[in-house]
Design a protein around this ligand. Structure first.
Ligand code: SF4
Length: 689
């Protein structure tokens, strides 16, 4: 007898590169559990790329077509579901995932508006999906017959005669009942693709942030896979992985639990045996910093830090979030900064309930004063299914929102022989009871200044000196923002363009945003990068291209800040003059002029200053008796790295924006040695590349 075909997809947009370049882990768990429970009766298939799904559909559709639903792929999945239903209304469409309301009235509206969804599975998909398949089998895979009974199905919602039928909710008690999709070979075919493997060692989060769908009470219990299974999975991945250096641990609070130390030891063993992973991404826990440090000491290449989102007590209370203490945070970043292979970061969100300009600046200051390498700055998104997006919260905090296309989540797809434009739309907060439009824009300009002048080490030599003088680098960054009279004509134009792009492409409703972007001319401009770019990254590249101007602005602002604080001495002025020249030698045109050796002479011993990690007080620095000449150059390894990265990301500002965000720029700036030692240095490098 022909088996019933069931397809599961976790789609990603692909028109501007792979938008979600990760293994389809979540849906593969549903696949594995369904196969275990119903494998004899069904044929299951797994899809990630829209082109693969479209090709398979050209042959014949399945009995059940299901999709995972995230904010970054819902419209794409729904486009497929709608076109399939149009051709064959008997195909049963099932969606599941966090991008779904939690309030029953909103669920009803959601499903009414998307009538091509037959059933929606909530929470972890495994239990609800298997139960639904069993029920459908009882009714000969006739969805209407099943719906007519109006039976409440486990973890499932659907509409019958305009009523929402909403089943009881239950989480999996022991997640080890789900077979490993790695060890069963289910995910093998994805190792051939440029996707990053993900491993889940726990599910659930004990915290309750209102902006996050994992903050729901029902998801608060944390369950864990058997450590032996995790170990086997990690080894399996390391053996199979091809041209990918990265591993993602999908846990929501990695490093917070004692078992994570054991997982870290397994990863360390992989790093020694297979030289993989060189980069590990995992969200660090919001508690237990000492244990996180312990884990950070074991695993190499973990970008350490913790997202603070805001440091303000009122904001944190309104979003029901507890951050780790400031001291613990400092301890964490201090540790991260001592390790050469790790980088440190934090995340700050603008526009959360109760946020305002001053509070946002203080949150940024906290990150900078904690000496993180990078602050990722986001706008608040109202995600479906989160407490913050409920009507109650919107009203309580007076949230003002606009809609826009999610950068990168867009494309024109060939489905059933026709070109189908698709774009994902998100809702962002642009104001509230406490944040007016003007302050919102000022905060965004501040974000651009931090992105340009602080993140990714362009002026990393300056900040330790300010710290040595007990001056917060944030004061200097605010000085840049508050002194537009220091901006060159080009810088002024770029900032004006940034402000106008921050306010453009924003629409009052979801429908208007969608209508605008789906016009063929417009969507092609989005795909080509003319519209809808990440304006923060794009304008940072434009500013980087004006290196002389931003360097001037930076140094004038350092002097201005120190003058305001009555700290500017002649020794500091002299040091700043030399430091500016030194930074020029290392960083001017560092991506294009990679073959030459340039020379410059200094009165300060920059080798010793580098040794002190630039943490120097110029007032007590001894000048060299005889000025010393230094050579500035890229070594062979750097030349190769730059050439590969520039090829990969192209010379266009959009691609360069991605490169600046994803590459460790420190590895690309010119090296320097005393000229009389350059020959010796080159020989050493040749011997020990
Ligand atoms: S701690 Fe992280 S995963 Fe947990 S609820 Fe908050 S934002 Fe979500």
């Amino acid at each position: 007898m022909k088996k019933i075909s069931v397809w599961l997809s976790d789609l990603t947009h692909t028109a501007q590169g792979i938008s979600a370049a990760t293994f389809p882990l979540g849906v593969s768990f549903v696949y594995s559990y369904s196969k275990k429970m119903l494998g004899d009766e069904f044929d299951f298939e797994l899809f990630k790329f829209p082109s693969h799904l479209a090709e398979a559909l050209n042959n014949s559709p399945p009995t059940v077509l299901s999709f995972s639903n995230y904010s970054w792929n819902f419209e794409l999945a729904y486009k497929f579901a709608s076109l399939v239903k149009l051709r064959n209304p008997n195909v049963i469409t099932v969606f599941g995932g966090p991008n779904f309301p939690t309030i029953t009235d909103e669920m009803l509206q959601f499903l009414k508006k998307r009538s091509n969804i037959d059933f929606y599975i909530e929470l972890e998909g495994e239990l609800g999906f298997v139960n639904l398949l069993k029920k459908l089998a009882e009714y000969g895979f006739n969805a209407n017959k099943l719906k007519k009974r109006s039976e409440a199905l486990l973890n499932t919602s659907y509409i019958y005669e305009n009523r929402l039928i909403h089943g009881p909710k239950e989480r999996i008690k022991d997640i080890n009942i789900i077979p490993s999709p790695y060890l069963s070979g289910t995910l093998d075919k994805f190792f051939d693709l440029p996707l990053v493997p993900m491993v889940e060692t726990t599910r659930g989060c004990p915290f309750s942030c209102t902006f996050c769908s994992d903050g729901a009470v029902i998801k608060s219990k944390v369950s864990r896979y058997d450590p032996e299974r995790v170990k086997e999975e990690l080894h399996y991945v390391a053996k199979k992985v091809q041209k990918v250096d990265e591993l993602i641990i999908t846990d929501l609070n990695f490093g917070m639990y004692k078992q994570d130390v054991e997982t870290a030891k397994v990863i360390r063993d992989l790093q020694q045996t297979y030289k993989y992973p060189t980069i590990m991404a995992a969200s660090a826990g919001k508690n237990m910093p000492k244990r996180i440090i312990e884990v950070g000491k074991i695993v190499k290449g973990w970008v350490l830090g913790s997202a603070v989102q805001s440091t303000d007590p009122e904001v944190l209370k309104s979003i029901k979030r507890n951050n780790i203490s400031n001291n613990a945070y400092k301890e964490l970043t201090d540790f991260g900064n001592t390790s050469k292979s790790n980088k440190t970061y934090t995340e700050v969100i603008l526009g959360l309930p109760e946020d305002n300009k001053q509070k946002h600046f203080e949150s940024l200051r906290f990150g900078i004063d904690s000496n993180v390498n990078r602050i990722s700055m986001y706008q608040s998104m109202l995600l479906t299914g989160t407490e913050m997006s409920s009507q109650v919260h919107r009203k309580k905090f007076g949230l003002m929102t606009k809609f826009r296309t999610i950068p990168g989540c867009i494309g024109i797809y060939d489905i059933f022989g026709e070109k189908q434009p698709v774009a994902e739309i998100e809702e962002i907060i642009v104001g509230s009871n406490t944040l007016n439009t003007n302050d919102y824009l000022e905060c965004r300009v501040m974000n651009l200044i931090i992105e340009t002048f602080y993140n990714n080490a362009m002026f990393e030599e300056i900040y330790p000196m300010l710290r040595a003088l007990k001056v917060s680098p944030m004061d200097c960054l605010i000085y840049i923002k508050e002194h537009p009279e220091l901006y060159s004509k080009k810088i002024k134009e770029i900032i004006e363009s940034f402000v106008s792009e921050t306010t453009e492409d924003l629409f009052p409703t979801w429908e208007k945003a969608k209508e605008y972007v789906l016009d063929l001319d417009v969507i092609n401009k989005y795909i080509g990068g003319e519209l809808g770019t990440n304006e923060l990254l794009f304008h940072r590249v434009l500013l980087f291209n004006e290196f002389d101007d931003i360097c001037d602005l930076m140094f004038k602002s350092v002097e201005g800040t120190l003058k305001q604080k009555k700290l500017l001495t002649n020794a500091i002025k002299n040091y700043l003059l030399e430091l500016k020249r030194f930074i020029f030698m290392r960083k001017k045109d560092f991506l294009t002029k990679t073959n030459s050796i340039t020379k410059a002479t200094f009165e300060h011993d920059f080798e010793a200053i580098k040794e002190a990690e630039y943490y120097v007080d110029p007032n007590s620095t001894t000048l060299l008796e005889n000025p010393m000449q230094f050579d500035f150059f890229h070594d062979d390894k750097q030349q190769e790295l730059i050439s590969n990265q520039v090829k990969l990301y192209s010379a266009h500002a959009v691609g360069m924006g991605k490169m600046l965000q994803r590459t460790n720029m420190k590895l690309m700036f010119r090296n320097f040695v005393k000229s009389n030692q350059h020959k010796k240095y080159s020989e050493e490098i040749r011997k020990n590349p």
